[in-house]
Ligand binder design. Structure first.
Ligand code: AMP
Length: 113
């Protein structure tokens, strides 16, 4: 298995897990860009958002709900937080197993860089 996030999901590489169930795992980003920077990943390997099919609709919804739950647990429901999927290297994707960034705790400019 040569996918970093598959290996984290499998427990082969340690990560600070903050949430998990049978379908998704969430852990702190190793290089946080904000006080809260969590990654929500599916247990199943999906390389990019381009590979998502209608069969994944519930899974993607669950990833987003997990993000909102984690943000709320950390007190960001009202203060605000951002969720981001980077798709392909041109948009900043460096790990090719889809992951939802959940970011909060500092002012977040728009548009992003
Ligand atoms: P992206 O650039 O959108 O593909 O995001 C990949 C994210 O994975 C980056 O924010 C990295 O800091 C993060 N990352 C890389 N390796 C690890 C790791 N071993 N544990 C947790 N996060 C990681």
């Amino acid at each position: 298995m040569d996918c970093l996030f598959c290996r984290i999901v499998a427990g082969e590489i340690p990560a600070a897990r903050v949430f998990e169930n049978d379908r998704v795992v969430a852990f702190d980003d190793i290089a946080p860009i904000a006080p809260m920077h969590v990654l929500v990943v599916p247990r199943t390997h999906i390389a990019t958002l381009n590979d998502v099919t209608p069969d994944h609709d519930a899974l993607i919804g669950e990833m987003l709900r997990a993000a909102a739950t984690i943000a709320a647990e950390r007190g960001y429901a009202e203060r605000g937080f951002r969720t981001v999927f980077n798709c392909q290297a041109g948009a900043g994707q460096s790990v090719f197993h889809i992951h939802l960034h959940v970011i909060g705790g500092r002012p977040l400019a728009w548009p992003p860089g």
